[in-house]
Design a protein around this ligand. Structure first.
Ligand SMILES: Cc1ncc(COP(=O)(O)O)c(C=O)c1O
Length: 391
């Protein structure tokens, strides 16, 4: 009996993780060194420099939290909030909702502003939310809401938050590396991301950056940060010049992130964004030719995450069966809906390495085979032609 786990070869077109670059996978297999080895400290400095470039920030405190994207979310909120502080959270999907949960666990006063799923957060929504609050310490929201496929205009929202005097905390887990994120240019005070989406690295680290105002708030705290593990007052001493041990850094994941960031640097951010945009447009044309309908209006659609309603299937057939056949027969993973969208939509990711024209075509070809079998009438080849016309 085979005692080793051998994962099946998949094409990852879901909401994350995305396919990792072979160089990133090779980096994971490099020999271990100590987390205070001069060579490792030099690697940490490289990671910080390259993360500043992708976040487009000069923030000194820019590093990778040990943990997935949720750890970055929690790190931002637990470090900035204390009992009795007020926090406005914009909720237009699952990840905004998750932020409200963390705010409550911080015993802060939560002002949650709900927006229908599938819609972006607009500047007026934020103005209304702030008007409901007394004096919020921070406003938090998600740039690219992975549960719905909506992208919110952070550049237009930031000045409204700035006028209120609140700190601006933004989740860029899905957007970073796939579309513009301008931490300094837009005026974001605290921002976090994840490695397994458009950076195309395995899940396990959460890039995070804190600006001057966020650092000031951290230094002015009246109480200790609730979480020992995520306490930035201690972690910054490990990632900064002092190199004081806090916890053992995930060595292999750091190799992988450094390599993933080098791949991003070599491609160039603008070229990478353009690749994501073009492949999204090709996929959108193909999906619409197959009868899928987008959840989000065109101007607010994410390039890296396409959320779509399926065409009507024959009775007795459902989206989960179709996804399973895509996985079993074509080895392609796409995501189902979360929360209110469960059973109703698909979430098709074109993130990082997965965002390739060849992958768009592979998915459309598979759907051209599977959909007629599920009772959908198609004009054979139409989706491929529609995608091809977007070249
Ligand atoms: C927008 C957003 N925020 C936060 C998270 C949580 O990240 P993780 O699952 O890596 O903890 C995700 C994960 O999909 C996400 O899409």
């Amino acid at each position: 009996m085979e005692s080793r786990f051998t994962p099946p070869r998949r094409l990852l077109l879901g909401p994350g993780p995305s396919d990792a670059h072979p160089r990133v996978l090779a980096a994971l297999g490099q020999p271990l060194i100590g987390h205070l080895d001069p060579a490792f400290l030099a690697l940490m400095d490289d990671v910080k420099r390259m993360l500043r470039a992708v976040f487009r920030t000069r923030n000194e405190l820019t590093f990778a939290v040990s943990g997935t994207g949720s750890a970055g979310m929690e790190a931002c909120l637990v470090n900035l909030l204390e009992e009795g502080d007020e926090a406005v959270v914009m909720v237009n999907g699952e990840f905004g909702r998750r932020m409200t949960d963390i705010v409550e666990r911080c015993r802060a006063r939560l002002v949650a502003h709900e927006i229908p799923w599938g819609r972006a957060v607009e500047p007026d929504d934020v103005a209304q939310a702030i008007a409901k609050a007394r004096q919020p310490k921070l406003v938090a929201m998600v740039h690219a809401e992975t549960s719905t496929g909506a992208q919110s205009p952070i550049a237009e929202i930031a000045p409204i938050v700035a006028r209120s005097g609140a700190l601006f905390v933004v989740d860029t887990v899905t957007s970073l590396g796939g579309c513009p994120v301008e931490v300094d240019g837009w005026g974001i005070d605290a921002c976090y991301s994840g490695t397994q989406k458009c950076l195309s690295c395995p899940p396990g680290l959460s890039p995070l950056t804190f600006g001057e105002r966020a650092l000031e708030a951290l230094r002015r705290r009246r109480s200790k940060v609730q979480s020992w593990y995520l306490d930035l007052t201690m972690i910054e001493k490990y990632w900064g010049a002092e190199r004081v041990y806090h916890h053992t850094a995930p060595i292999s994941m750091s190799y992988a992130l450094a390599e993933a960031l080098r791949v991003v640097e070599e491609e160039g951010l603008e070229a990478r964004f353009e690749r994501h945009r073009r492949n999204h447009l090709a996929l959108a044309a193909g999906l619409e030719a197959l009868g899928f309908r987008f959840v989000v209006e065109p101007d607010r659609r994410l390039w890296m995450l396409n959320s779509v309603y399926l065409p009507a299937l024959a009775s007795g057939r459902d989206e989960a069966q179709l996804r399973r056949r895509l996985l079993d027969d074509f080895s392609i993973e796409v995501g189902g809906g979360l929360g209110a969208f469960k059973g109703k939509i698909w979430r098709i990711g074109l993130m990082g390495e997965s965002s390739r024209r060849v992958n768009v075509m592979r998915l459309l070809e598979a759907l051209e085979v599977l959909l007629p079998d599920a009772g959908v009438t198609l004009r054979a080849g139409a989706s491929l032609a529609a995608a091809e016309a977007c070249a």
